[in-house]
Design a protein around this ligand. Structure first.
Ligand SMILES: Nc1ncnc2c1ncn2[C@@H]1O[C@H](COP(=O)(O)OP(=O)(O)OP(=O)(O)O)[C@@H](O)[C@H]1O
Length: 633
């Protein structure tokens, strides 16, 4: 039976299954939800049951109401089937009340380690017309009680800088282009205002909604909010996060991504969706099959927006945003987030925005100085042995018997498989993730890594952006990327939520075009730059202009392009640096970091806070005398 048909026919009623631990609980009755003839308005957060949100049988499905969960976190008891009254069962069967918060992976060990004080000195720059002032606490924002409760449940005690600035902008209904360092809380910065906006919309009467000219369609999911992300894993992660933030609010969140059965995702949509988190390809497919309409979208967020608008995704995203019924810019609210925002992408992005505010938190497009960055010169033929020596010293220095989670980036899918197999052969528990793996394998790999079962993950760039795995202590760029922004995102898998991390890169001759950008980035983050790398930078900055995504003379691409090119420090005087550093060994430890940061921006200074990971810990982890095991290749 097609879904269209299934909406017309009511399933015969069956006794509902009640899980054992709920059987002795009194049934939840909700005077509002129990009356099918009532107005489709729903009582948000009222009582314990999710049945507090109801609709008339012929009401627009797009108003949500069922379990919006995707495969991974579908509530265990929530399947009401695709009948026309998907919510009636939930009224009798209050599984919402049984949904334990930690079943949604809210309480993670990692949360106790967040150190938001590390962001206290983060410089923030805003531009645009009439910028709303920042808040200092979540209580300053007029979120609903249920959302505030969830913020507390997530142990979010105070907002990060990007949240302090972006949330008021978003709550004021303004369009936003926001740039903040990896791991600094961008997800919540767009999720909280979207959930809040959806909740406000839920309070509207059908008459108000009709008056707004929003269509109703029985056969299509018509979400109020759309969050687009470039990878399947990131979509799932945003979905999981958003579900935590929307716990018990009645806001329905569904995820749609390729590689997983579309039928299951349709089923999730049939149960109602307020916020759709999607990858572009799968979304286009769903729209073309007339199962999703974007006509009601009021909030649009693009996570990793620069990636979404680069050559790979731009045509699809443009179609979604401009050619598929979505309300135009200015009517919908649009928010773009990333840690990097090259100028040319900003220009493209401005097509999607209306009178927007630009916001940058941190040394934007740069790495955070919470991450100790090390670059080692390693000829291609020596990479395996060097990796082995790092892993061996790391193993012997692992803290309290816990494995150190290490993410190893390589260039190609085949290279990822080959390296992973070699590591396993050498006795290092490892697993690989890349775009040629089927989705189940990808999910299994991430889970195995996240839980520490397989503490080494060999990955292509599919794992470079957005993934938040709390205990990743070390990112190794076995192959450096060609683009410095990709490097920023890759190393950003460690040093998150104020914690420190370590990133090691293997640099060989073929990476010479990246040297200049790498040196600038490391200096910006107060890192010690080896002399030989400065020499590479000097050679290549005079003879070659690398494609480093820092175009238009705007260093680190994090300034509002509408303000024109910043003064920049395009031309570092590398020779001075080299002269100063002749005594520093290429891989040496111990020399103090003496570079001042060449901040390109008038107005903000670089926080000169010492790196809390620091050389000492690096030495501790690695002993710093490469142990070259014999017969490694
Ligand atoms: N206010 C807060 N209080 C405590 N923890 C927070 C807060 N905001 C975010 N976090 C935590 O910080 C971590 C990083 O957040 P998030 O993944 O949103 O970073 P991001 O800026 O999107 O990173 P990336 O650029 O890599 O995508 C997450 O584990 C998140 O739960």
């Amino acid at each position: 039976m097609s879904w269209n048909e299934s909406t017309r026919y009511q399933r015969p009623t069956r006794p509902t299954y009640l899980p054992p631990h709920l059987r002795d609980q009194p049934p939840i009755t909700d005077s509002i939800s129990s009356s099918p003839s009532r107005s489709p308005r729903f009582g948000r957060g009222r009582g314990r049951g999710r049945g507090s949100r109801t609709r008339a049988p012929n009401q627009d499905r797009s108003w949500g109401g069922g379990s919006g969960g995707g495969d991974r976190f579908r509530e265990t008891f929530s399947d009401p089937g695709p009948g026309p009254y998907p919510y009636s069962q939930s009224q009798a069967q209050p599984f919402r009340s049984s949904e334990r918060f930690d079943e949604l992976e809210v309480v993670e060990e990692g949360l106790s380690n967040v150190n938001l004080d590390a962001y206290d000195e983060t410089p923030v720059e805003t531009s645009g017309f009439d910028v709303p002032p920042p808040v200092t606490s979540f209580a300053d924002v007029h979120f609903s009680a249920a959302l505030m409760e969830n913020i507390k449940r997530c142990n979010y005690v105070k907002p990060t800088p990007i949240q302090r600035y972006a949330i008021p902008v978003a709550m004021a209904g303004r369009d936003l282009m926001a740039c903040a360092q990896t791991g600094s809380g961008k997800t919540a910065a767009f999720c909280f205002p979207i959930i809040s906006g959806v909740l406000k919309d839920h309070a509207k009467t059908p008459a108000q909604i009709l008056a707004e000219g929003r269509g109703m369609n029985l056969n299509m999911a018509c979400p109020l909010a759309l969050i687009l992300a470039p990878t399947r894993e990131l979509s799932c992660q945003i979905h999981d996060e958003a579900k935590k933030f929307a716990y018990k609010t009645g806001v329905k969140i569904v995820v749609a991504y390729g590689g997983a059965p579309i039928v299951q995702q349709f089923r999730n949509l049939e149960r109602g969706v307020d916020i759709l988190v999607a990858t572009p390809g799968r979304l286009v497919d769903m729209i073309e099959r007339a199962r999703v309409s974007l006509r009601n979208v009021k909030f649009l967020a693009l996570d990793e927006a620069d990636r979404m608008l680069d050559m790979g995704f731009e045509p699809q995203v443009r179609r979604i945003v401009q050619q598929m019924e979505m309300p135009r810019a200015g009517v919908r609210q649009t928010m773009l987030f990333s840690a990097t925002f090259p100028t040319e992408i900003q220009k493209l992005a401005s097509d999607f925005l209306s009178n927007y505010i630009f916001l940058s938190a941190g040394k934007v497009g740069s790495s955070t100085d919470l991450i100790a960055q090390k670059v080692q010169f390693v000829a291609d033929m020596d990479k395996k042995s060097r990796l082995m020596s790092l892993l061996i010293s790391q193993r012997s220095n692992g803290s309290q018997g816990k494995p150190i989670l290490t993410l190893v980036f390589v260039e190609t899918k085949r290279g990822a498989d080959a390296l992973q197999q070699w590591l396993s052969m050498k006795g290092f528990p490892s697993i690989a993730i890349h775009g040629d793996k089927v989705q189940l394998e990808r999910e299994r790999a991430l889970r195995s890594f996240r839980t520490g079962v397989t503490p080494i993950l060999v990955a292509t760039d599919v794992a470079a952006r957005g993934l938040d795995i709390p205990h990743v202590a070390h990112v190794i760029n076995y192959d450096l990327p060609r683009d410095i922004d990709d490097y920023v995102h890759r190393i950003g898998r460690t040093g998150r939520a104020g914690k420190s991390g370590l990133a090691t890169a293997f640099f060989s001759d073929k990476n010479a075009p990246l040297a200049k950008a790498l040196v600038e980035l490391m200096m910006e983050a107060n890192q010690e730059v080896p002399t030989w790398l400065l020499e590479y930078a000097e050679t290549y900055s005079s003879s070659f202009t690398p494609r480093v995504n820092r175009s238009s003379g705007i260093k680190f691409g994090g300034h509002d392009y509408r303000r024109g090119a910043s003064t920049g420090t395009e031309n570092y005087d590398y020779s001075n640096q080299i002269a100063d550093r002749r005594d520093v060994q290429p891989y040496g430890a111990g020399a103090s970091s003496s570079y001042s940061c060449h901040s390109s921006d008038a107005g903000y200074s670089s926080p000169a806070r010492a790196n809390s990971f620091g050389e000492g810990l690096y030495n501790h982890m690695y002993g710093y005398n490469p142990v070259i095991a014999g017969g490694l290749n």
